[in-house]
Write a protein that binds this ligand. Sequence first.
Ligand code: KG4
Ligand code: ZN
Length: 351
Amino acid sequence: MLGIETSCDDTGVALVSADRRILAEQLSSQLDRHAPFGGVVPEIAARAHLDILDVMIGEVMREATLDFPDLDGIAVTAGPGLIGGLITGVITAKAIAAVHRRPLIAVNHLEAHALTARLTDPDLAFPYLLLLVSGGHCQLLMVQGAGRYRRLGTTLDDALGEAYDKAAKMLNLGYPGGPAIENAARSGDTKAFEFPRPMVGKANCHFSFSGLKTALRQAIQRLGPKSLEPPYINDLCASFQAAAIDSLLDRTARAVEFSKDMSEPPKALVVAGGVAANAYLRTRLSTLAAGADLPLVVPPPHLCTDNGVMIAWAGVERLALGLVDDLAVRARARWPLDPDAEPALGAGVKA
Ligand code: KG4
Ligand code: ZN
């Protein structure tokens, strides 16, 4: 299965076999092109994918010594994401599928994050409880099967990765902020600043990080320029991270309790998405999972951030169920995994 990922600022291409072998993979980051603008510029992203995508596909095919007619299928991220980049990937995949008469599989980017753990852990069976934490999404989902999701909670404002990125911007730590904050936090004191734990104790499984972001901004303003220097910067990062993860864990613990009463309770707790690369989060989650008697499954960090491997694997899972798309399929900027989920009031969504 060829996998193509172009939904944001990483171009990912990979070949994955149905027996879980990664035959070849390539990942190209556009960070340096977006850095001068302090965030991802959609038009630059789409053009950068276009510049490099066919070259990368040629390289993985050569590396695996495969020709296009050998493929079982072509899987491509069709949404959600930045529409220009998505179209670049989808058109490329359609061209290969049409010319070589191979199946096309339009993959939901969130589904690819959700299923990655089944590539790295062959014993992981459905259903499982998924904590999906990335730059664009922050959700708790019951994963019942490929294409079958029930959303338990979502964020009312920022995604967790987005909160890390905004915090890093305030502290001049650059983009992406997650790894920079995590690193600075290692030598900081988690109790140096008293930040709020948003949503803790609320009788739902939703998230919110904007209040915490405001508290951080106020602390930086009170400290003035010394906030950007050690030991303050490390203490700010450590206290911010501890507050964010305390809140995240409270919400996850609530979902664990809630899911235990379902007709089919989860067999594992899985964490996916870019923030799952965070070692502090992994340690805290393993304690929670052990207390709940659930195995914790976390893919290796390089498969948690965006990549082509996860798209190819989602393609393998969907093809096995006969979930193939026709050439009329379109890229979608918005594409919820659980279209029946109640809108989270306050999330900027009209009820
Ligand atoms: O899944 P991903 O690569 O892209 C999206 O689909 O959004 O996630 C990227 C996000 C960024 O916000 C980045 O700051 C965050 O994941 N991230 C981290 C870490 N590594 C990446 N956040 C916290 N700690 C990390 N170590
Ligand atoms: Zn992602």
